[in-house]
Write a protein that binds this ligand. Structure first.
Ligand code: BT5
Length: 253
């Protein structure tokens, strides 16, 4: 089924593939070939969808959204901005307050993951070292006929909204929000995006464990830095988390 949306507000193309390895790889290749800002690659099926740190990402064929966007704008808070765009867009399709953001950019319903984001940074070649970013977004939209794999703590938007949803409409809303938020940050700075993020981030105020090396660090997530890092209050003082996984205590992800 081809996606009807084929342009993002007349700014860039949306390229639809019935099946690919990972939309991030296709978008990265196009990015290296100079495809413009906001060019988007979407696939119905991914055979090698990936999460951060090479983890596996399941794309449920015909039921999920898996797409990757070329971003040619520098912003220090890109991961947060992307989560804000997804959260704002999905709010139009789900009951109020049913979704939250888990730092840095998971979309969660209760304790279950609905959407994940993988951002990768590339240069075209050694002669053209201007950096561009591939923002890969995976969303569980409608319930597949098979049960969701038990090893992932996941749910779907259909379950949350109690009805089937149109993937194209969601895709379009996210791309519009992303474009709007990028423009807003460029014109007016990051303040409004950071404020929205903080208001909807379930990690803030929680006791958490930070996994980013050999030794887990336990602390309370108290705030975000201007760069979008998470500040933890620990027995050893303040610790800044820039990457890795944050596990809220007493919850399993
Ligand atoms: C992510 O990584 O959450 C990033 C996911 C990005 C996927 C998109 S799809 C389009 C584009 N093309 C790609 O190849 N990737 C991007 P991370 O935070 O590392 O979370 C990965 C973990 O989420 C896995 O180890 C599983 O535990 C869990 N997981 C896998 N598939 C899931 C799903 N469909 N729903 C919820 N959780 C899932």
């Amino acid at each position: 089924m081809a996606f009807v949306v084929s342009k993002i507000q007349n700014k860039a193309d949306i390229i639809y593939l019935p099946e690919t390895t990972s939309t991030n790889d296709v978008a990265a290749k196009l990015g290296k070939e100079s495809a413009p800002h906001l060019t988007t690659v979407i696939a119905d099926k991914q055979t090698a969808g990936r999460g951060r740190l090479g983890r596996l990402w399941y794309t449920f064929p015909e039921c999920a959204l898996a797409f990757s966007i070329i971003i040619r704008q520098e912003t220090t808070i890109l991961p947060l901005l992307v989560s804000v765009a997804i959260h704002k867009a999905l709010a139009a399709f789900t009951p109020t307050g049913s979704l939250a953001i888990k730092w840095p950019n998971d979309i969660i319903a209760g304790t279950k993951k609905v959407a994940g984001v993988l951002i990768e940074s590339y240069i075209a070649n050694p002669q053209n070292t201007k950096r561009f970013y591939i923002v890969g977004i995976g969303i569980n939209v409608n319930q597949p006929s098979e049960p969701l794999p038990p090893e992932i703590n996941a749910t779907t938007l259909e379950t949350i909204a109690s009805k089937k949803l149109e993937r194209e409409a969601i895709l379009q809303e996210i791309l519009i929000e992303l474009d709007k938020n990028l423009d807003h940050c460029l014109q007016k700075g990051d303040g409004a995006v950071l404020d929205y993020y903080q208001a909807h981030c379930m990690t803030l105020g929680c006791n958490v464990t930070w996994l980013d090396g050999e030794k887990p660090i336990v602390g309370k997530a108290i705030s975000l830095t201007e760069e979008g890092n998470l500040l933890l209050e620990t027995d050893q003082g303040l610790v800044t988390c820039s990457t890795g996984d944050i596990i809220p205590q007493q919850e399993v992800y």
